[in-house]
Write a protein that binds this ligand. Structure first.
Ligand code: B12
Ligand code: SF4
Length: 505
């Protein structure tokens, strides 16, 4: 029983690309079935699907997909079905979990819902023994001309019983993974889920509202095996569990690990426990990524963020006082006027936020925001749900909206800042590195200005042959919060759906 796990290639239309992170989801899945020969093909780096299939001859091919990757993954499934007709093909991940039927037309053998650790070993064993797939919970599986649902997937209860991710399977790619200017960079998860309920976020839905943390010793053990000096902590929210965050920093300190960390953190957690921030700084915390989202309390309330602008400002001060870089994410509402764009830029300048990132408010399938705004969706192509396209109507004319959006980046990253001059003597290395970064940023902002052209092109090319975003969300985990629409991935045992479109690929 040979297993091939695939990370799809990068979208050609993707505008921002300042990181390439290891496919943790696939390494995590592979670790759960380590008794079988397994390979990971990261097509963002190695696109040679044909040779890999011909040489490895997998019995099972598992593919992961974000919403933006749906069209690409549909094509990929069809190619695998042609090149390796006898392989069982399963797709999973955060999009498959909320809109499983988006993959039915490809002829995929199964769509996995929810966290894969609990489901994958059962699925692999069932296929190896030609067993009954209806016994594997959390699966939409092909059965004659229908897809049958096997019922709610088992939810993760304890992260400490899981084996460490199978990083050896990405050994040949590892030097290529990076985050910003940190290369090579590894990724690790120390917790899963988030206790907050932001309306635009799908994470808490995916985890059924649960927030799980790992034992500090287990994390330190995993960190000790990581070769890279730069480590991106890919948790959704590391600092909100004070005991976990503090205990982890202490354990890293005791182990004497010398690494540089980047992590997500909320303003309220930072303000309530500045001592934990200090503790982390002393063990190598370099950057905190904060979803500040807005410069106005009323919008924070609207997003159900559970934070205030005052808290954010205090958190920024604490991080700066500790010499920790702040990468701050802001949401640009399609409703923005020119005045709003100006006010956001003023806020970024006033608070001296050196690494602001901007994304456009996007109702990702499975979120509360999707439920609230699905009737207003203007664009329905999956690729455009990349947070740099306005899929909802804009108040400003679209061209002007994108010009203003691009200006946010241009003005926030002037040449002087990218070169890191600030009165210090300019070294050759920094001049070259900074110069290249500046040119890259200019290219990105120019593409953003013309984002409306990309949206027109994608719409024209795909409107006729690919179904767009489904107006349905069906993750069983979301059933208490968002309303699954009729016919969507509902959670009754052995529910079924017609195969729609071409099943053969
Ligand atoms: C790190 C990260 C990134 C990294 C890339 C990571 C990578 N290796 O690809 C970077 C920074 C580049 C990035 C970029 C983007 N990201 Co991002 N990112 C994350 C983050 C924080 C962690 C990802 C991770 O490692 N998760 C850990 C793994 C274990 O979780 P998982 O992927 O869900 O996998 C589990 C299950 O889904 C399932 N599973 C997954 N695949 C498969 C396959 C099979 C066969 C099976 C059986 C099961 C299965 O089992 C896994 C184990 O439980 C998540 C948040 C999150 N918690 O996931 C957001 C998240 C994935 N990102 C998101 C978004 C929107 C984006 C961007 C569009 C944002 C942007 N404009 O830059 C881009 C899109 C990139 C693209 N390729 O299109 C959304 C995706 C929502 C969606 N519906 O697609 C998330 C969920 C955050 C959110 N706010 O909702 N991201
Ligand atoms: S946006 Fe961040 S704080 Fe809000 S629910 Fe998602 S992970 Fe939690």
């Amino acid at each position: 029983m040979k297993i091939l796990l695939i990370k799809p290639p990068l979208n050609k239309t993707s505008i921002i690309g300042d990181s390439l992170i290891e496919p943790l989801e696939l390494e995590i899945l592979a670790a759960t079935v380590s008794q079988y020969p397994c390979r990971i093909l990261d097509m963002r780096i190695d696109a040679d699907l044909k040779s890999t299939l011909e040489e490895f001859l997998p019995d099972l091919v598992g593919i992961t997909a974000y919403t933006t990757e749906v069209p690409m993954v549909r094509g990929l499934i069809r190619r695998v079905k042609v090149l390796a007709p006898s392989a069982f093909v399963v797709v999973g991940g955060c999009h498959a979990s909320v809109v499983p039927r988006d993959f039915f037309a490809t002829g995929v053998d199964a769509v996995a819902v929810g966290n894969g650790e609990a489901l994958f070993p059962g699925l692999v064993n069932a296929i190896a023994r030609r067993g009954d797939l209806s016994q594997v919970s959390g699966l939409w599986h092909r059965s004659k001309d229908r897809y049958a649902y096997t019922g709610d997937p088992p939810f993760l209860k304890d992260l400490n019983t899981l084996p460490p991710p199978a990083r050896w399977l990405t050994q040949s790619y590892r030097h290529r993974y990076f985050f910003g200017r940190n290369r090579p960079a590894a990724a690790i998860m120390t917790s899963r889920g988030c206790p907050f309920r932001c309306s635009f976020c799908s994470i808490w839905k995916m985890m059924n509202g649960k927030y799980l943390v790992r034992n500090a010793e287990k994390v330190v053990e995993e960190l000790s095996d990581i070769q890279e000096r730069h480590v991106f902590i890919a948790d959704d929210n590391t600092l909100s569990h004070a005991r976990h965050a503090g205990g982890l920093a202490a354990a890293i300190g005791r182990a004497g690990l010398r690494k540089c960390y980047k992590m997500y953190g909320r303003a309220d957690a930072i303000v309530s426990r500045p001592d934990i921030v200090e503790q982390w700084r002393s063990v190598g915390l370099q950057t905190v990524i904060m979803g500040l989202e807005s410069f106005q309390d009323r919008r924070l309330t609207q997003f159900n963020k559970g934070s205030t602008v005052d808290l954010q400002n205090r958190a920024i001060e604490i991080l700066k006082a500790n010499g920790i870089r702040v990468r701050a994410y802001f949401i640009v509402d399609p409703d923005f006027t020119r005045g709003d764009f100006r006010a956001l830029l003023d806020y970024v300048e006033r608070e001296e936020i050196t690494e602001p990132m901007f994304s456009i408010l996007t109702p990702l399938p499975g979120t509360d925001l999707f439920e609230q705004s699905r009737e207003r969706l203007l664009l329905d192509r999956h690729e455009l749900f990349d947070l740099v396209h306005a899929v909802l109507p804009t108040r400003l004319p679209r061209r002007e909206f994108y010009a203003e959006f691009s200006k946010l980046y241009r003005k926030s990253y002037p040449l002087k800042k990218i070169l890191g001059v600030n009165g210090a003597p300019l070294r050759a290395g920094r001049l070259v590195g900074g110069g290249l970064a500046y040119l890259k940023m200019r290219a990105i902002t120019r593409r953003m200005e013309h984002a409306y052209r990309i949206e027109e092109k994608i719409h024209a090319e795909t409107r006729t042959d690919q179904p767009g975003i489904q107006h349905e969300a069906g993750h069983p985990a979301a059933k208490n919060h968002a309303l699954p629409a009729p016919g969507a991935g509902v959670s009754r045992r052995h529910d079924s759906a017609e195969l729609d479109g071409d099943p053969g690929g």
